[in-house]
Design a protein around this ligand. Structure first.
Ligand SMILES: Nc1ncnc2c1ncn2[C@@H]1O[C@H](COP(=O)(O)OP(=O)(O)OP(=O)(O)O)[C@@H](O)[C@H]1O
Ligand SMILES: [Mg+2]
Length: 517
């Protein structure tokens, strides 16, 4: 392995003494020129020679990665990736790091360890290129502390932390062209492995954002720990497999999306009656892919610009969810325009009448003005990936109980690529639930359940509720008997309702007949 920059400085004292003296002499001359304001004259020409001389005296180049770039509060991604990349080397006894920094970790009992200031580790790339990473920090700049002014906030008042990478000049191309991208890639992978998944929700909040700009909607998060997985989601096994294969294809589709020139995103529309497992499916997807969830409450987003900002702030490997899209928003642009036209026509009529001139706007109109101004086209832009310049894999999921109410533009393929109907519980889904909840594969009541499920619509949520033991003595027999009873009652209710409807129809026909006479 090559000597580190520090070690090398010692060993090269003898051989480099003449060059060092020349360098010192050069520095003195250069400083004098600077102090006499002559350096501009000597300028570029000498600077070129100075760089050559420096390369002879000190053949090391450096790259510095700062924790906060441009005074932002948010830590730079590159810094976090380097930190994650160096984590293993930092903890490896043979690397000789003696002083560590500890930050809170995912596991409440553990710490994330990194090198303390002035510690250095060596790394060997491709068996031949040795580099050195040094951690150091500097005190905050005077102007950063900012007398309580918001910019940079707490981050600006803390020490400024850096990693400095040193390497030999001869390895310049390999380090800059291959090693650094390798570090970022590996660092990102390590972060994904260690990260704690999060569930983000947007809040309407007038506040300063990370970028120092004024935000009217901000993300707030909690740790995402939903127990539901595809293993416990009841649905037809073939359909479940189809969805899992689709997710796999998406996850592994980076090259495919790049080749066809599309943003790496996929839209899923989950539709079906309440309690059929749409929200549960989203949790299972997130657990399967190991993604974060961004749950957008559209009614708290005031404008299309805010929606765009929220979207830009989402990170890669995430599922962006809009639940009950039909209720969240007046997405029917055409109808809204029509309503406006109708209102305008009515206003014109009123004005013509003259009796309502100058009347105050009604309450509903006022509310409209105050509320969300997110429009259908705002949402369409958002889905179309116009804002995916930030790159990375994102899944967008809409859920609705009323697919027929949605504007066709919103759910066409290419926007919502896959439509998944979550329906009432069939026999396959029931068998699955019986296995999960009661641990039974077969039972003499299964036949009765099978035939009742053909006649009755019951949600997986209701079946699951019936199959959950509630008292001490409850077991498979009692729970299944309970379910059969509920299904029989539902069947009887349905028959009764049907009978009533038929009678009402008959009466109507009779009534019509009487009128005719
Ligand atoms: N297919 C299913 N498999 C397993 N459990 C389910 C399934 N569907 C529903 N459940 C259970 O029922 C409950 C309600 O389901 P969920 O919230 O996913 O329904 P939903 O379709 O999102 O309803 P809504 O339209 O009202 O939002 C959950 O607690 C879940 O555990
Ligand atoms: Mg739901």
């Amino acid at each position: 392995m090559e000597a580190s920059p520090a070690a090398s400085a010692w060993s090269s004292v003898n051989s480099g003494i003449v060059l060092s003296l020349a360098a010192v002499l050069w520095t003195v001359v250069w400083n004098s020129l600077q102090s006499l304001q002559l350096h501009h004259l000597v300028g570029r020409h000498l600077a070129r020679h100075a760089r050559r001389l420096a390369a002879v005296v000190d053949p090391y180049l450096t790259v510095t990665v700062a924790e906060h770039d441009g005074g932002r509060m948010k830590r730079s991604d590159a810094y976090r990736e380097v930190q994650a990349y160096l984590h293993r080397a930092t903890c490896d006894a043979s690397a000789g790091v003696r002083h560590l920094r500890a930050e809170p970790a995912k596991n409440p009992d553990a710490f994330v360890l990194s090198m303390a200031d002035r510690e250095e580790v060596a790394d060997v790339f491709r068996g031949g290129v040795t580099v050195w990473w040094l951690a150091y920090s500097t005190p905050p700049r005077e102007d950063d502390a900012g007398g309580g002014f918001y910019w940079g906030g707490r981050a600006a008042r803390a020490d400024r932390r850096f990693y400095r990478l040193s390497f030999l000049e001869r390895d310049r191309d390999v380090v800059l062209g291959e090693y650094l991208p390798h570090v970022r890639r590996e660092g990102r992978a390590a972060m994904v492995r260690n990260r704690q998944r999060k569930l983000f929700t947007n809040l309407a909040g007038d506040t300063w954002g990370d970028d120092g700009g004024w935000c009217e909607s901000v993300w707030s998060h909690v740790v995402f720990e939903h127990p539901k997985t595809f293993d416990t989601l009841a649905m037809d096994p073939a359909r479940k497999k189809e969805i899992m294969d689709d997710l796999d294809a998406f996850r592994n589709g980076k090259e495919y999306y790049a080749r066809v020139g599309r943003a790496w995103k996929r839209g899923y529309l989950l539709h079906g009656p309440p309690g059929t497992g749409k929200s549960t499916m989203i949790a299972a997807m997130a657990n399967y892919l190991d993604y974060d969830i961004y749950d957008i409450e559209l009614t708290s987003v005031r404008t299309n610009t805010d929606l765009r900002k929220l979207f830009i702030e989402t990170t890669s490997k995430s599922i962006i969810v809009i639940e009950d899209i039909d209720c969240s928003l007046d997405l029917t642009g055409k109808r809204k325009n029509k309503k406006k036209k109708d209102a305008a026509a009515a206003a014109a009529a009123d004005a013509a009448d003259g009796d309502k001139k100058g009347s105050p706007p009604n309450e509903e109109e006022e509310k409209d003005k105050e509320g969300s101004k997110v429009t259908l086209s705002g949402v369409l832009n958002f889905i179309d990936g116009l804002w995916s310049a930030c790159g990375g894999e994102r899944i967008i999921v809409f859920t609705t109980n009323h697919v027929e109410k949605l504007d066709p533009a919103l759910i066409r393929r290419g926007r919502m690529d896959k439509h998944i109907e979550m329906s009432y519980c069939g026999f396959e889904a029931f068998k699955f639930l019986a296995k999960v909840y009661l641990g039974v594969d077969a039972h003499h009541l299964f036949d009765a359940v099978r035939s009742l499920l053909r006649d009755v619509d019951i949600t997986p949520a209701d079946v699951a509720e019936n199959l959950t033991p509630k008292a001490a003595g409850d077991n498979a027999d009692t729970c299944l008997a309970e379910l059969v009873k509920e299904l029989e009652n539902a069947k009887a209710d349905k028959a009764q309702a049907k009978g009533k409807a038929a009678m009402a129809a008959e009466e109507e026909v009779d009534g019509d007949g009487d009128d005719d006479e």
